[in-house]
Design a protein around this ligand. Structure first.
Ligand code: UDP
Ligand code: MG
Length: 313
């Protein structure tokens, strides 16, 4: 059987400390078992690092010609880096790995075996514990997955990492989803195909710091919800509708009461009803309009997802 090619895509933002260690670990796995199965190359995506990350990558690339890199003109975010990596990867298989060694390279041979056997088109990794993570972060993450799976038809796997290896079919499918607001956990769910999740224990960052603050994660979660569910807008419509119904019964109640008992303080109840009805109708209208507008606004700008400053491809 012909040896296939594997491209390891590594998004890096300010990872100068950890990159040499990352390379050492990958190298070890390559020498011990990976090289027997595939030709493996690394594609680093420097996502607008402000430290010496690019210099470190260039040094590695100078010493090893299976290493390539793309450097962005500024920070475009990990999702953009993943997209760029998938677009430029030329391997039969592509795997996305964090630079911080939270994704154990030792799992690569096993992932290759799964794809080779045809058991799955995408083999991902799933953290079964969130050991070493702040408790509040884990709690919100759990809640997010619960909520997301309730309100979206796309399945989002709890604890699934971006550490996923896929064949060409899946790469093509992911690239065909050209949306600007990318939420890869939703995208992998949406495309379908056969998937297999390997479970592993959470590993702490080898060095450096996570570039995600708590609030960044919250906004990321909100982005995920709006990208793969229109339920929030539906909720606003439902509230508007409820107001209308309430106002309707209030109006009937006021009319009947006035007819039977007369109305000593005339004016204010009917005014309250009218305000409620009108504002309800408005909310309903805005809710429906918003459903269309929110979806189209960002996408119609059709901006590039990233801009390349330099590369050795
Ligand atoms: N990353 C990136 N662009 C960003 C933020 C992060 O390319 O804007 C990279 C980062 O260098 C790392 C990976 O994405 O290789 C995961 O980032 P991090 O470890 O900070 O996230 P966590 O593991 O805490 O989810
Ligand atoms: Mg990390």
């Amino acid at each position: 059987m012909d040896k296939k090619k594997l491209t390891v895509v590594v998004p890096c933002k300010n990872e100068e400390e950890v990159l040499p260690e990352f390379y050492k670990r990958i190298r070890k796995v390559k020498d011990s078992s990976l090289d027997a199965k595939v030709y493996a190359g690394i594609l680093f995506i420097d996502d607008g690092s402000t430290d010496q990350t690019l210099r470190v990558i260039k040094e590695l690339a100078a010493a090893d010609d299976s290493i390539h890199y793309i450097s962005f003109s500024r920070n475009f975010g990990k999702e953009a880096a993943i997209y760029a990596g998938l677009s430029h990867a030329d391997g039969d298989y592509v795997v996305i790995m964090d630079a911080d060694l939270q994704d154990p390279p030792e799992m690569l041979p096993e992932m290759i075996d799964v794809l080779e056997s045809g058991e799955a088109d995408l083999v991902g990794s799933r953290r079964v514990t969130r050991k070493g993570e702040p408790a509040i972060r884990s709690l919100f993450a759990r809640l997010f997955y619960k909520l997301m799976n309730k309100i979206s038809e796309t399945e989002v796997v709890d604890g699934a990492r971006d550490f996923q290896m896929m064949n060409k079919k899946v790469v093509k499918a992911i690239l065909s989803m050209g949306e600007y607001n990318r939420f890869s956990k939703g995208i992998t769910g949406w495309i379908g195909y056969k998937k297999k999740w390997l479970e592993y224990e959470n590993v702490q960052r080898a060095a450096g710091e996570t570039s995600w603050s708590f609030w960044q994660l919250v906004f990321y979660a909100l982005e995920g919800i709006t990208a793969f569910s229109t339920v929030p807008l539906v909720i606003s419509s439902v509230i508007g509708l409820t107001f209308c119904v309430l106002a309707f019964f209030a109006i009937i109640f006021i009319i009947v009461r006035t007819l039977i008992f007369g109305d000593p303080t005339s004016g204010w109840p009917s005014m309250a009803c009218i305000i409620m009805l009108v504002s309800g109708v408005q909310l309903l209208g805005i809710g429906i309009l918003g459903q269309y507008l929110a979806k189209t606004y960002l996408e119609t700008k059709n901006r590039p997802k990233y801009l390349i400053d330099e590369s050795n491809l």
